[in-house]
Design a protein around this ligand. Structure first.
Ligand code: SAH
Length: 281
């Protein structure tokens, strides 16, 4: 079996849209690493059509105001197992003080909290710095003690919800509006043998109840949209972690969160990414 391997380089703000597009185009699997997406397609696919679709997608990005500096190249992998190629690229990742994110086929790291993630088509492998930042915050919050429930908005592979369970939260809900992510997250919850993580399909409005912690690793626009609902679902003394926005966008997110009544505790910069930590008073 031969496969096409595409290497796609896209600006941060359009990467999620590009991954959705690759899914729509029938991609068999991809990995995201250091801002580069490697995607695999069956060799029977019409290669001219695939290239054409990606070129046209560049125009769509341009029209929607997202970063459109997309570049891509492809090779035909001769008689190789794309799955083995893909697996080779997925290695254990360290996060926080004591967390290791590993694919299911790797050996667990002794003495650390091991989060097993089979990413499939979903976002959240731990390769992205904002995922690791969020995990480090969940670890820190759990060490402070006293907070039991956590809501993860845009759960992707379920990585943050699963991490929260392993770090001591007792009631966790993860929600995602992409059915592929919901499938992946549910599979990963099972893979990690957890009984206290519920995965729902939909948006924050699909979730009932209030929480001691709410974490959202999303783009700025969505963070602004959900700020009021987050504030109303956060228990007094609860912590909200907003991550995933690009430096420059944080002021508008901050304004939305503060007008919803949240109080800023910390602003963190990690390369070009910003994380805002709020408390509900
Ligand atoms: N939490 C994971 C994944 C973040 S990627 C991590 O930190 O690595 C963002 C995820 O949010 C994607 O899976 C996307 O499908 C989902 N998403 C985007 N907008 C959303 C919304 N309005 N409501 C729920 N999920 C959303």
């Amino acid at each position: 079996m031969q496969y096409y391997e595409f290497t796609v380089i896209a600006p941060d703000e359009s990467r999620e849209a590009v991954m959705n597009k690759l899914n729509d185009m029938g991609c068999l699997g991809f990995i995201e690493n250091d801002g580069q997406i490697t995607a695999y397609f069956e060799w029977q696919k019409d290669i001219a059509l695939l290239c054409d679709e990606l070129s046209r997608f560049k125009l769509v990005l341009e029209a929607s105001g997202l970063g459109s500096a997309l570049s891509f190249r492809h090779v035909l992998l001769p008689d190789k197992d794309w799955n083995a190629e893909w697996k080779k690229n997925i290695t254990p990742i360290l996060a926080g003080e004591n967390i290791t994110i590993i694919p299911p086929w790797e050996k667990e790291h002794a003495g650390r909290i091991n989060i097993l993630i089979d990413s499939g088509m979903a976002f959240g492998t731990g390769h992205h710095e904002t995922t690791r930042t969020c995990l480090a915050h969940i670890e820190r919050i759990s060490k402070e003690g006293g907070r039991k429930s956590l809501l993860d908005i845009g759960t992707g592979t379920g990585i943050l919800a699963i991490g929260a369970s392993m770090l001591g939260f007792t009631h966790i809900v993860g929600v995602d509006n992409d059915p592929l992510a919901v499938d992946a997250a549910r599979r990963n919850v099972e893979l990690n043998n957890l009984k206290n993580v519920e995965i729902k399909e939909g948006s924050i409005s699909s979730v009932q109840g209030t929480f001691d912690g709410i974490i959202a690793n999303l783009i700025a626009k969505t963070l602004i949209e959900i700020a009021h609902e987050v504030a109303s679902m956060l228990n007094r003394g609860g912590i909200a972690v907003f991550s995933g926005m690009i430096a420059g966008d944080e002021e508008n997110v901050l304004k939305a969160a503060e007008s919803a009544g949240l109080v800023l505790e910390e602003k963190m910069f990690d390369d070009k990414w910003v994380t805002l930590i709020f408390q509900q008073t």
